[in-house]
Design a protein. Structure first.
Length: 75
């Protein structure tokens, strides 16, 4: 679960990804969070976010919080 979320996060923040695909990634990300939020290991998720970029752990956790709260994601 955490690896899937980190992968979608990496796609969402990528400068090289087409905007159409980013919207699909955002939808996938939101659905993953909504269906599995109770099972998400935030420690693991933070570590994987840091593997995407330095500071990415906090950013990834914010994306998860936004998805849980029904807020839109920045693409």
């Amino acid at each position: 679960m955490e690896l899937a979320l980190a992968s979608k996060f990496a796609a969402l923040i990528s400068r090289n990804r087409e905007i159409e695909k980013k919207y699909l990634d955002a939808s996938d990300f939101i659905q993953l969070v909504k269906r599995n939020h109770a099972a998400i290991d935030e420690v693991k998720l933070r570590q994987l976010g840091e593997a995407v970029y330095i500071g990415g752990g906090e950013a990834l956790l914010k994306y998860v919080a936004d998805a849980k709260a029904g807020r839109g994601l920045r693409v």
